[in-house]
Design a protein around this ligand. Structure first.
Ligand code: ZN
Ligand code: ZN
Length: 345
């Protein structure tokens, strides 16, 4: 089968690889129908993710059709159409019993990281019963791909950890796919203000369309002042970091109101200063999280009920034989205005 393989920092290729086989009774083999590229895949290609070694098939998102299941899989059978979660969960270990699936002792985020992923014609899914979701009848499968990772990540790590509430004020730093997913899911909780901050006017215009009440271009280095002006010098109740660089996390520290929350989503490759000299008496909380995908069943229901439209995040479509072009397009988002790219196998 054909697969997109990570070959080391800055190197990747489409290679012919052996078909995956069932190696544990809880495994399923899934024939991919749709997949996509995540910002995390770009982090891997930069060499930022040491758990992902050269030779690895990338990808942790997608929709497919079950090809075969191990003897212990009871919830799925060959022919079932399934949504693949970016997080695999055994459901039995100490962390799974706390619904902290991201830290499952034999799962978590392993797809396209420590085991082969979904940017291929077929993928092996461990702990299939807990890591796949049946595609609801009539559901739009391109929209479903947004539920593998970005929507639960924006919701759980950003909105829920940030305790977004009715009438509250929110700033989201970073208007890429994850920041926009946080913007879409924040609206479940009817905050009064959602201020989007980014360097790219195109992305900010998209944010406006998707429900941002105000946008701030941080190019001039005065984003904190702009947000203070928008919030009567209070700052925001929730500052969501959706980039993963020191500057954006430091900006969140400047934006947070007394009693507020900083919810980090970004994948940080470098250390960041924590300004306790100005925050020690501000009654704030700071949270970090790797998505647990506990919200996926709820998101499936809201998607099917048309209460959320993540398809708006899809900007480009490719066939699998164009996946290198898809990477190029996704990686040069400033020029291409790419958000999520769909790759059909
Ligand atoms: Zn991802
Ligand atoms: Zn587990």
């Amino acid at each position: 089968m054909k697969a997109l393989v990570y070959l080391g920092p800055k190197e990747k290729a489409v290679q012919e690889r052996p078909m995956p086989v069932i190696s544990a009774p809880t495994d399923a083999i899934v024939k991919m129908v749709l997949t996509t590229i995540c910002g995390t895949d770009l982090h891997i290609l930069k060499g930022d993710v040491p758990t992902c070694q050269p030779g690895r098939i990338l990808g942790h998102e997608g929709v497919g059709v079950v090809q075969a299941v191990g003897t212990a899989v009871t919830a799925f059978k060959a022919g079932d159409r399934v949504l693949i979660s970016c997080v695999s969960a055994c459901g039995k270990c100490v962390n799974c019993r706390k619904q902290m699936y991201s830290h499952c002792s034999t799962g978590g985020w392993i797809l396209g990281n420590s085991i082969d992923g979904t940017q291929a014609e077929y993928v092996r899914i461990p702990h299939a019963d807990m890591s796949l979701y049946a595609v609801p009848p009539g559901a739009d499968e391109e929209s479903l791909v947004m539920l593998s990772d970005i929507l639960p990540t924006g919701l759980e790590c950003g909105v829920l950890n940030g305790q977004v509430q009715p009438g509250s004020s929110v700033a989201i730093v970073g208007a890429g796919p994850i920041g926009l997913a946080a913007l879409l899911t924040a609206q479940f909780y009817t905050p009064a203000e959602i201020i989007m901050i980014d360097l790219d006017d195109g992305r900010l215009a998209t944010a406006k369309k998707l429900g941002a009440t105000a946008t701030v271009n941080s190019r001039d280095g005065k984003a904190a002042e702009a947000v203070m002006a928008l919030t009567a010098q209070r700052g925001v109740d929730t500052a969501i970091e959706a980039v993963g660089i020191p500057e954006t996390f430091e900006l969140c520290q400047q934006l947070v109101a007394a009693g507020g929350h900083i919810a980090n989503i970004g994948v940080h490759g470098r250390k960041v200063d924590l300004h306790l000299e100005s925050l020690w008496d501000r009654n704030i909380s700071i949270t970090t999280r790797l998505v647990d995908t506990v919200s996926t069943p709820m998101l499936l229901k809201t998607l099917c009920a048309h209460r959320i439209d993540p398809k708006q995040l899809i900007t480009h479509r490719f066939r699998f034989d164009q996946i290198l072009k898809a990477y190029e397009t996704f990686a040069s988002a400033t020029e291409t205005h790419a958000l999520k790219v769909i790759i059909a196998t």
